[in-house]
Design a binder for this molecule. Structure first.
Ligand code: UD1
Length: 371
């Protein structure tokens, strides 16, 4: 592929599928819609389909209603990926876009990239280059494969550029543009502040509370690990409120183990909307998580984050930000949380280019890249 300046692709197609994709696609679509001569379409694979995991995000983020929903739903990884591939191919053949944009590291990302590569349709990967170096994580496979076949790679930080170079990806394709999810956060923080969620949960007295999200198979599909985590959270909740919006995957595991019990101070609730979750993150004393995006959002917000994983594909949140890796050690979790509550908080900085303008940089580059 060769690059020319000032060539406007006419027709861009965005593929999203799961909750963490939506806050990344929204600012890119908005930045592109402000440019003349650009047509866009949005395809939802249907990987996430519950209202609380999908529709409510579309509303709050201002994403347009998807032009097409492939409605693949839940299945094994192989089946889900295969369904996306077989249902997306005729759509792409029909539309023949100049570029397809894929986001993050979910099954929808790699499936869409593969269809594009086979049809010789240029594909751009937003949030490229992140590596946990742990191939037991399904997302790591998705990241490595998507980056190998993408034609344009938009990275959030320099460590991602280095990962891509090490894997032999040509530097011409790599653009360090910053963190697009932070664009959404910056834009919607004032709206999040208007939400009554703290009052609803009885948290507005200024007293500290802990916010929890857990959904990785390594934590919630393992009976011993999940039991240990819930025991630790119950202990923590003796000292301060613990708010735990429960992902559907985690909810099922908790029900199976008869652990889905709310006590006055350990509050298990349905998954929250983007704005409510952001409001809770901003004011939390600490966040306990295994999510990728939450490690980044807490770094931006300056809120201490304790990550229940042995590795992270977002090392900049440890190096510069407020993140600490806890592994699967619930003793260490209690110890680190006690330190935070004692005021021994890690002082973080906001990484370069996490400035709310990443989507504009992406729009500039893609509109100057011939399809
Ligand atoms: C997926 C992503 C993960 C991301 C997470 C965010 C992959 C490999 N994993 O994991 O990287 O961090 O989304 O949420 O793509 N379910 C529902 N309703 C829904 C969606 C799922 O009830 O709307 C249940 C189903 O029982 C399903 C399970 O949750 O089997 C897991 O869903 P799935 O999309 O397979 O993976 P996530 O764990 O959500």
């Amino acid at each position: 592929m060769h690059w020319r300046k000032n060539v406007q692709p006419r027709f861009l197609l965005h593929v999203v599928g799961a909750r963490p994709n939506f806050m990344k696609a929204a600012p890119v679509m908005a930045a592109l819609s402000a440019r003349s001569g650009i047509q866009q379409r949005l395809i939802h694979t249907g990987q996430h389909y519950d209202r609380g995991m999908s529709e409510v995000f579309f509303q709050q983020l201002g994403l347009p209603h998807p032009d097409i929903n492939l409605e693949v739903g839940s299945a094994s990884h192989a089946q889900q990926t295969a369904q996306i591939i077989s249902r997306l191919e005729p759509v792409l053949l029909d539309h023949r876009p100049d570029w397809v944009l894929v986001y993050g590291d979910v099954n929808s990302t790699v499936a869409a990239a593969l269809v594009c590569a086979k049809l010789l349709i240029p594909v751009a990967h937003v949030e490229a280059g992140l590596r946990s170096f742990d191939r037991t994580m399904p997302e790591e496979i998705n990241r490595v494969l998507t980056d190998q076949i993408a034609d344009l790679l938009f990275t959030p930080s320099r460590d991602a550029d280095e990962n891509l170079s090490r894997e032999g990806i040509s530097s011409e394709k790599i653009h360090c543009v910053g963190n697009v999810m932070i664009d959404t956060l910056v834009r919607l923080l004032p709206q999040a502040d208007e939400r009554p969620i703290l009052t609803t949960l009885g948290l507005n007295s200024g007293k500290p509370y802990v916010l929890v999200t857990l959904h990785r198979p390594s934590n919630v599909d393992n009976r011993v690990m999940l039991t240990g985590l819930v025991t630790a959270l119950a202990e923590i909740s003796r000292d301060l409120p613990v708010i735990f919006p429960v992902h559907p995957r985690t909810r099922q595991r908790l029900i199976d183990l008869q652990l889905a019990e709310t006590t006055p101070n350990l509050c298990l609730i349905e998954p929250l909307s983007y704005l409510d979750f952001l409001a809770l993150q901003r004011h939390a004393a600490a966040v306990i998580t295994d999510s990728g995006g939450v490690q980044e959002e807490t770094t931006f917000l300056g809120v201490p984050c304790l990550t229940m994983r042995t590795n992270t594909e977002r090392p900049i949140t440890i190096k510069l930000g407020t993140n600490t890796l806890i592994g699967q050690d619930t003793q260490l979790l209690r110890h680190e949380l006690a330190r935070i509550l004692n005021g021994e908080t890690k002082r973080g900085q906001i990484p370069p280019l996490w400035d709310g303008h990443t989507a504009e940089r992406i729009a500039n580059i893609i509109t100057n890249s011939p399809g």
